[in-house]
Ligand binder design. Structure first.
Ligand code: PPY
Length: 274
């Protein structure tokens, strides 16, 4: 009998990126990790069927929302099918021979730099943005510029031949990033369910209150509420996560009631949390 085909799952960055680690936890060690240069490229690869699914970071406990991912979710019509909260442990990496005292600047993804902002300030290291932590690590290794480091995973250090100058350089041990899966749901056990919505309301008094009361009046917990700008100035799309699956009648009724108080409402996904 033919071997089942390995699922091809896209992530942003290069081997050693946190997105790849999240993908392995969510889809298991047998999934084929497909690197993409940008978050947009991950969405497009899934939308065009070039891969079976994708994994993207959406929010950091220290750095806040990953706005680009949130906007891409709103722009595309790809269902969210799973969530993982991953503990992120950053390292300061440099080419062999460089010491901690010599480092003056560090390349990394803006989210990673935000998660280490206090550390970098204390050490007098200038943060420099790169598109991904693993890409930053590879560049630092290839270019071997003096006084230059990367903030990335320990795995990136071994993949690209860098020295770990310091480990755990994030500003708090409570450093987690939420990753979402796009495409078919990973086959795995989930701890609970969530439903993600995006909606717009009119700009009148109580509009948001009416939407929120659809959930509170049914005893449902709103886990996250965030606004993103729309094309017209000072008009917003609201992104709301509610605890519970859409198959749960209470959630379904709440969404219907919320819809009545909205101009538009879309379910981004109803999915399991790992
Ligand atoms: O996946 C990566 O390596 C990234 O560059 C994005 C990122 C940055 C910080 C925490 C989680 C994901």
């Amino acid at each position: 009998m033919a071997e089942p085909r390995r699922r091809r799952i896209a992530f942003q960055g290069e081997p050693g990126a946190y997105g790849e680690e999240a993908l392995r936890v969510l889809h298991g060690p047998d999934a084929e990790a497909v690197p993409c240069l940008t978050f947009r490229a991950v969405f497009e690869a899934v939308a065009e069927g070039r891969v079976d699914g994708g994994v993207v970071p959406v929010e950091s406990s220290l750095g806040g929302p990953v706005a680009e991912t949130v906007d891409l979710l709103l722009e595309h019509d790809l269902p969210v099918t799973g969530e993982l909260s991953l503990r992120i442990r950053h390292c300061l990496l440099a080419p062999p021979g460089q010491t901690l005292e010599q480092i003056q600047r560090a390349w990394s993804h803006p989210q990673a730099l935000a998660q280490c902002a206090g550390y970098l300030r204390r050490r007098g290291i200038t943060p420099l943005p790169e598109t991904n932590t693993a890409i930053a690590a590879r560049k630092v290794a290839e270019e071997a510029l003096p006084h230059t480091a990367a903030i990335a995973s320990k795995l990136s250090a071994s993949l690209y031949g860098l020295t770990v100058l310091e480990e755990g350089v994030e500003d708090s041990p409570d450093n987690y990033t939420r990753f979402l899966t796009l495409g078919p749901a990973p086959e795995r056990a989930w701890t609970r369910r969530k439903t993600a919505l995006a909606f717009t309301t009119d700009n009148g008094p109580g509009a948001l209150y009416r939407v929120l009361s659809a959930f509170s009046s049914r005893g449902l917990n709103v886990a996250r509420l965030e606004s993103r700008p729309q094309r017209r100035a000072w008009e917003y799309v609201w992104c709301l996560d509610v605890d519970g699956a859409l198959e749960d009648p209470r959630v379904r009724e709440a969404v219907t009631a919320a819809q009545a108080a909205c101009i538009t409402l879309r379910v981004l996904g109803s999915y399991g949390v790992a």
